[in-house]
Design a protein around this ligand. Structure first.
Ligand code: SF4
Ligand code: SF4
Length: 213
């Protein structure tokens, strides 16, 4: 009992010493960067933004980017998002689709990367960009289709685009239905089935066999 107690104390003293060692090492490295102004601290956003951007890892999960032409509007990314911050709207035109809205709310996004995993078209990705800030929450909603902030004006444009897409969809359905009806009319009709209860037609009489005379 007493032994475990002292072992715990020793373990935590050691881990504290290791952590402080890393801190002290970095403290002495400060001021050794190319600008002699510290390699770990920047007066963000006045300085260091470009340099920090270059230093971001290739695997960094930053602001998303989308390839809209590849998106099949399956909504998998939106469904899997744990905070429901992806909004997708559009219409289907037969096998094609027309995206009218694709936004991500970065005031909610956790940068967990779950949305990029199930995408069957591999069209939503995390970029390396991390510098995305604003003075209000509304400016953190990003229009992924046009790579801009989703402002109320943009929202109005989206509504108009969605209405227009709905009209196109209705027209498309009308044309498809007319073509289907035309094809059905042109197809050969099958023989009419006998009415229920009707007697089957009598077999035709056999012709006399001339050889039996
Ligand atoms: S990174 Fe995570 S939280 Fe952000 S949009 Fe994708 S699934 Fe949602
Ligand atoms: S999972 Fe991919 S294809 Fe499906 S809606 Fe999202 S971005 Fe588009």
């Amino acid at each position: 009992m007493a032994r475990g107690y002292f072992q715990n104390i020793a373990y935590h003293l050691k881990s504290t010493a290791v952590g402080m060692g890393v801190t002290i090492k970095h403290m002495f490295q400060t001021g050794k960067g190319p600008e002699k102004r510290g390699i770990y601290c920047y007066q963000y956003p006045d300085e260091g933004v470009e340099r920090a951007r270059e230093e971001v890892s290739e695997r960094h999960r930053g602001i998303h980017y989308l390839e809209p032409s590849k998106c099949i509007m399956c909504l998998m990314c939106a469904k899997v998002c744990p905070v429901q911050c992806i909004v997708i709207e559009g219409v289907r035109l037969g096998k094609d689709q027309l995206l009218t809205r694709f936004t991500i709310d970065y005031s909610k996004c956790l940068f967990c990367g779950l949305c990029t995993e199930p995408c069957p078209s591999d069209c939503i990705h995390h970029g390396r960009e991390w510098d995305y800030s604003g003075f209000s929450r509304t400016t953190l909603v990003k229009d992924m289709l046009r790579n801009r902030i989703y402002t109320p004006e943009v929202h109005q444009q989206y509504l108009a685009a969605h209405e227009e897409a709905k009209l196109i969809e209705a027209e498309f359905k009308k044309v498809a239905a007319a073509e289907k009806a035309k094809a059905a009319a042109a197809a050969p009709k099958p023989a009419a089935a006998p009415a229920p209860g009707a007697k089957p037609a009598a077999p035709a009489p056999k012709p006399d066999n001339p050889s039996s005379n």
